[in-house]
Design a protein around this ligand. Structure first.
Ligand code: FAD
Length: 667
């Protein structure tokens, strides 16, 4: 992988990926200067919004549904698993097995009649009956009867559950194709409401996928063009695109190829959007693609033919400590290319993924805040920054949280200078009330596409809204008072202790330390690896038997050739002779050193391997042609084994080993 080592956009963006969250937040807070009185006003206005939403006759189905089936219940989790899988299971048998697995064990009865929505109550009835029919643990004739019902009922159950899931999908998808969607949307649009359309479907897996998505985006832009009737681009509908849909290897490891293909694809879409007089928005995705996405955006923004177009939009995620740096970078970029751009500020939809990925990879930090209040504070502070950049940036505030909305209304002087955004199927009442009371604009992000492509989008919505801390989850829960729902996040940040989510290195404590992780999408980490590896670029290794006895030196060293580069011979290997094997066996004894000593040696071996990762990576690459991810995986596996066995070691390890492998011990 070629790495540009000059100070670059990538360096700047990645410098703060794992920045100390407290330091980032205290800088944001001190720059924002929201007084205690302002914060109290914001919370009071937000609490009133909560009361108004609760008093409204039409709470959204999503809000009601989540109030009943949050992720903290077994049923909520079962539903999410179903939603995640059902729409893409092709055959009836697997659908039945899946339904049985997810529905039967849950206690649906306790949800019966709880909800304010008859649709949610009806779903509970259906799920409860389904659960009863599928619950097969009763002996005797009842069991046979139930088995018969189950057999007769399976197609019915399958159809009912699939319908329920599709109904849920329909809540979030505006329509299955662009033409029908545009017809329906025409009734909903006025000078204050418009749309940003999103073509459903997630990351491209192949280049054919990417070309198909590109074509589908191009067609969508052409179709939307007919609805772009205003001279003011802010009043026209727009489109949101995902770079991961436009390239199958949109990742740092393939940065050169990705840039070569992605830039012209995005540029072509931007030119189309420009000619239609509409906005084109690049959605924000996982944190490890952030710097690369900004490089693509920078290149496209520099296109001379896009001069005079104010519709290039970029999404910034407030849950990352880099949000402030990204905003400044975008502002500088717009200045440099003399453009006006749009920036949609979101909190971020990949929180769970980011936390899990960092832990699994053993990284000593998270690319996102770990406290909900921190994300809320970051959002408000960065919103203030954006409101001070309106000479170059049109801010678009995407949130369904009444407190966040109230904070923006409090900070924004001019209603015309920004817009709110919400997702189709969510936050309807909040944004209707806000528009009526404040004459603000609102853009609805509206997914378009077949229900089978809904999967990843639906899971993100369920995850973010199903969490107890989520605003949508709290709004319909009458047990939570409006003051609590609208509590000041600045205050919460001070008064609540930091979250105790274990970082990668601490994942297996107190048993053992996790193997060190390497974020291979992080510029500074990559540079450190290249530096550590550099001294071994031409090093010659001479491998030979290492014995507790005299080594037989008669065998001839064999040259080793780098399978990825035949010109490179990293050294030689001298094979063991029969005499070496005999010496090894003769010298083999039970390792009788004291337990503490055995453990210390295993742990020390792990530490030495980690310290010498530069040499190990170079050797693995040159001897076996391994790529960097494989090198990291191999080193981490070895280190994990050593630390695991050090932790597991007992006073009688050899007996344990033999017991385990002897044939007469098999069950
Ligand atoms: P809230 O309930 O106030 O916030 C929930 C959010 O808080 C979570 O999603 C998460 O970001 C954060 N959070 C939750 N728990 C924690 C925790 N323990 N520590 C730290 N933070 C936490 N998202 C993208 O990533 N990319 C996009 O391109 C994108 N486009 C969008 C477009 C629109 C129009 C809208 C409305 C949303 C978009 N989103 C996008 C999704 C957006 O990120 C979520 O809808 C949003 O995070 C929910 O925030 P909220 O203010 O509505 O709700």
């Amino acid at each position: 992988m070629a790495l540009d080592t000059s100070p670059s956009l990538r360096h700047r963006i990645d410098a703060d990926t794992y920045a100390d969250p407290d330091a980032v937040l205290s800088k944001l807070i001190s720059n924002t200067k929201l007084s205690a009185a302002s914060r109290a006003d914001i919370s009071a206005a937000a609490a009133q919004l909560v009361r108004d939403i609760r008093g409204s006759s039409a709470p959204g189905l999503m809000e009601v549904f989540l109030a009943e089936y949050g992720l903290s219940t077994d049923e909520g989790v079962a539903l999410m698993c179903l939603a995640e899988a059902l729409l893409r299971v092709p055959d009836a048998d697997t659908i039945d097995a899946l339904i049985e697995d997810k529905i039967a064990p849950s206690d649906w009865g306790r949800h019966l009649g709880h909800s304010t929505s008859s649709l949610v109550n009806a779903s509970t009835w259906a799920l409860m009956l389904t659960g009863r029919v599928l619950d097969d643990e009763h002996p005797g004739p009842v069991r046979h009867l139930r088995a018969a019902i189950k057999r007769l009922g399976e197609p019915v159950i399958r159809t009912a559950v699939s319908r329920a899931m599709k109904e849920m999908g329909r809540q979030f998808v505006l329509g299955e194709n662009m033409n029908s969607v545009l017809e329906g949307a025409a009734n909903m649009v006025d000078s204050w409401v418009t749309f940003s359309y999103d073509m459903l479907g997630e990351a491209a897996r192949t280049d054919a996928d990417a070309k198909r998505y590109h074509l589908s985006y191009s067609r969508a832009i052409s179709a939307i063009a007919a609805a772009c009737t205003s001279d003011d681009i802010r009043k026209n509908p727009g489109i949101s695109v995902k770079l991961s849909a436009l390239h199958p290897r949109y990742e740092v490891a393939q940065a050169d190829t990705a840039m070569t293909d992605l830039v012209p694809r995005l540029r072509a879409l931007a030119l189309l959007a420009k000619s239609a007089g509409m906005g084109l928005n690049v959605d924000a995705e996982e944190a490890d693609r952030l710097a690369l996405s900004l490089e693509v955006i920078d290149r496209v923004m520099s296109e001379p033919a896009l001069a005079g177009w104010d519709g290039f939009g970029i999404v910034v995620q407030a849950y990352g400590p880099r949000a402030g740096t990204v905003l400044q970078t975008l502002y500088d970029m717009a200045e440099r290319h003399d453009r006006k751009i749009m920036v949609r500020l979101v909190k971020g939809a990949y929180w769970d993924t980011e936390i899990k990925r960092a832990q699994v990879e053993g990284i000593d930090g998270f690319p996102v805040f770990t406290r909900k209040a921190a994300t809320d504070v970051s959002y408000i502070c960065n919103a203030k920054t954006l409101l001070g950049m309106t000479d170059r940036i049109y801010p678009q505030f995407a949130t369904h949280n009444a407190h966040t909305v109230a904070a923006i209304l409090h900070m924004a002087k001019e209603r015309e200078a920004f817009e709110f955004q919400r997702l189709h199927g969510m936050g309807e009442t909040l944004h209707r009330l806000v528009m009526e009371q404040n004459e603000t604009r609102c853009r609805i992000y509206a997914p378009v596409g077949a229900h089978r492509d809904l999967l990843a989008y639906l899971v993100r919505r369920l995850l973010e809204n199903g969490a107890n801390s989520s605003f949508v989850n709290q709004i319909v829960d009458e047990n939570v008072s409006p003051q609590v729902v609208a509590a000041d996040p600045f205050e919460m940040l001070e008064s609540t202790p930091a979250a105790s989510i274990p970082k990668g290195p601490a994942l297996f404590l107190p048993l053992r330390e996790n193997a060190r992780g390497f974020d291979l999408a992080h510029t500074q980490t990559l540079e450190a690896i290249y530096t550590a590896r550099a001294p071994f670029a031409t090093h010659q290794w001479a491998a030979a038997p290492l014995l507790a006895g005299e080594v037989d030196t008669r065998s001839t060293p064999q040259p080793v050739v780098n399978p990825a580069n035949p010109q490179d011979t990293p050294g030689t290997v001298r094979p063991a002779t029969k005499a070496d094997v005999a010496t090894a066996f003769d010298a083999a004894t039970i390792w009788s050193a004291p337990l503490a000593e055995r453990r210390r040696i295993l742990r020390q071996a792990a530490d030495i391997m980690e310290d010498r990762h530069g040499e190990i990576f170079a050797l693995l690459a040159r001897e076996a042609g391994k790529g960097l991810p494989d090198c990291v995986a191999e080193l981490r596996e070895a280190v994990d084994f050593l630390r695991y066995y050090a932790a597991q070691a007992t006073t009688t390890p050899p007996a344990g080993i033999f017991t385990c492998i002897s044939p007469w011990n098999f069950p």
